[in-house]
Design a protein around this ligand. Structure first.
Ligand SMILES: C[S@@+](CC[C@H](N)C(=O)[O-])C[C@H]1O[C@@H](n2cnc3c(N)ncnc32)[C@H](O)[C@@H]1O
Length: 162
């Protein structure tokens, strides 16, 4: 989710994963990733959409978001995001999320962000999700700026009742 031009999809394709979807609001970012993958881009479903307005047409095993949820500064945006997540992720599926940590930058790409620690990020997903793992990563941007991230891995209850 919000994969943009990131190389995660390249790694997953090269490791043999074959049911991959990359969604991003930016068509140019996805075009960049597709061009980089060349004919391997056909192994991926590419969706240009605003995540807060997206209605998934199928269920997924894993939801991965690095540095998108943090842009949702308004409660209704976060509600819409969580609605999409809950529609898209099958019961028993995994949600992997990362945002800037509390000591991370206050802005990303010039836009304000909400920063979370792992407990706060995990709490956003609600009681239906069980926190499996958290970790902190200090990402170095190509420009040499340190960006501390809080990561969470959560499992959605396999039981619809939670
Ligand atoms: C900071 S970049 C992170 C890109 C990638 N996930 C990574 O970690 O390298 C944020 C990405 O989220 C996308 N994005 C921001 N708001 C979005 C939204 N509402 N719906 C879908 N994508 C969004 C941007 O276009 C951009 O590609």
């Amino acid at each position: 989710m919000g994969g943009g031009a990131s190389r995660l999809v390249d790694v997953l394709v090269s490791r043999g994963w074959d049911d991959l979807t990359v969604l991003d609001i930016s068509e140019p970012a996805l075009a960049h990733a597709k061009a980089r993958l060349g004919n391997r881009a056909d192994r991926v479903r590419w969706i240009v959409a605003d995540l807060t307005e997206w209605h998934p047409d199928r269920a997924y095993d894993v939801w991965h978001d690095r540095a998108v949820f943090q842009f949702l500064t308004e409660p209704d945006q976060r509600t819409a995001y969580l609605g999409a997540l809950n529609q898209a992720l099958r019961p028993g599926g995994l949600a992997i999320l990362a945002t800037f940590a509390p000591d991370g930058p206050e802005k990303c790409s010039g836009l304000p962000v909400r920063r979370y620690d792992a407990a706060g990020l995990s709490a956003q997903l609600g009681a239906e999700f069980r926190l499996l793992r958290t970790f902190r990563e200090v990402h170095q941007t190509p420009g040499g700026v340190a960006q501390p991230f809080a990561w969470c891995v959560l499992e959605r209850s396999a039981d619809k009742a939670g």
